[in-house]
Design a binder for this molecule. Structure first.
Ligand code: 2P0
Length: 325
């Protein structure tokens, strides 16, 4: 009745931005990500007969409040699927995802939790069913079930049974790098859940965002197959800028960027002007991730480290999907 799983976080190259169903976490658009080896969560789940409620320890600390509620609400879905409504668990989760690097730990966190909990409660699921379960914890987490490049199919059905991730190319397909640029200070942001909701409901650019996705997806998948960093990078950058443009056209308008965010964008553009194929992407926060090939490792790292306001640069390679420990 005890199981432990490990899952890596992922960076979206085609962003998930907006839900059509908030409860089941069904997205408005397909998205595509790269799973990263540098950032991960390990979680053990043990169902115990003498427990009358779940106990959730995060990095060794017993949690209460919203943090715990999100985990127990997710386990309620697992209990319901397993037909075990009164099975409660002790959960230990360790995050190796520095929040300062601007990665949400929810992607690796819910992927590891779903895998460990399903195994511990003896719920027989294939990877597609596991991705569907994981999605209901956090949308981006459903992509972390798989390694390498992964697409999340938005699906059409109202019950979410056709909204899951599918692998596009494995982690060993292409030796590419993602540098996470950590800023010295990151102000409190509009939470991604709130940000995407406000954008869907009020941004005059939102319909254009949704319309732009199919062409981006088709082209980036061709670029991934061909290992064409220019093509993949240019599409990822353009898609990222369009996502952030929707926030500027929301009501009230908002932006996740800080001045250092813009400095990093300009440094990446300068690198490209000097012949270095480096490309940026930015999630729902001020931090920047930079995509490049390993032959430019030193040049890219040194350039990013020397930008005023940059605290650290953490480099990842493509990572694997869920594993059991
Ligand atoms: C992504 N983001 O595709 C996009 C890009 C942020 C910007 O997925 O509400 O934590 O749990 O489904 O997955 C962040 O949102 O949101 C996110 P929920 P999640 O990675």
């Amino acid at each position: 009745m005890k199981a432990t799983a490990k899952a890596h976080t992922n960076i979206a190259l085609i962003k998930y931005w907006g839900k059509r169903d908030e409860s089941l976490i069904l997205p408005m658009n397909n998205s595509l990500s790269l799973t990263l080896d540098g950032f991960y969560t390990t979680t053990s789940v043990e169902f115990q007969n003498d427990l009358s409620a779940d106990r959730f320890y995060l990095n060794g600390q017993l949690t209460e409040g919203a943090e715990k509620h999100r985990v127990t609400a997710f386990l309620d879905r697992i209990r319901a699927a397993a037909g075990e409504p009164d099975a409660f668990a002790e959960i230990h989760s360790a995050n190796h995802v520095p929040t300062a690097a601007g990665f949400a730990s929810s992607a690796s966190g819910f992927a590891a939790l779903a895998a460990a909990a399903a195994k511990a409660i003896d719920l027989s699921v294939n990877q597609q069913q596991l991705s569907i379960l994981t999605r209901q914890g956090s949308g981006s987490a459903c992509r972390s079930v798989y390694g390498g490049f992964v697409e999340w199919e938005k699906g059409k059905l109202s019950d979410g049974s056709d909204s899951f991730a599918i692998p596009v190319a494995s982690a060993d397909h292409w030796d590419i790098r993602v540098a996470a640029v950590v800023l010295s200070s990151a102000e409190k942001k509009v939470l991604s859940r709130e940000g995407m909701k406000r954008t869907v409901n009020t941004s005059v650019y939102y319909p254009s965002w949704v319309d732009s996705i199919p062409d981006d997806l088709a082209a980036i998948k061709d670029g991934i197959v061909a290992k064409d960093v220019e093509k993949v990078g240019e599409i990822a950058e353009a898609n990222c800028l369009r996502m952030h443009a929707t926030t500027l056209a929301a009501n009230p308008p908002f932006s996740y960027w800080q001045s250092t965010t813009v400095s990093i964008i300009q440094a990446v553009q300068d690198l490209r002007a000097a012949g270095v194929p480096a490309f940026f992407t930015i999630d729902a926060g001020p931090n920047v991730k930079v995509l490049y090939t390993p032959d430019y490792e030193e040049k890219v790292r040194n350039t990013l480290r020397n930008i005023a306001g940059v605290h650290d640069v953490k480099v990842s390679k493509p990572g694997e999907g869920i594993s059991y420990i």
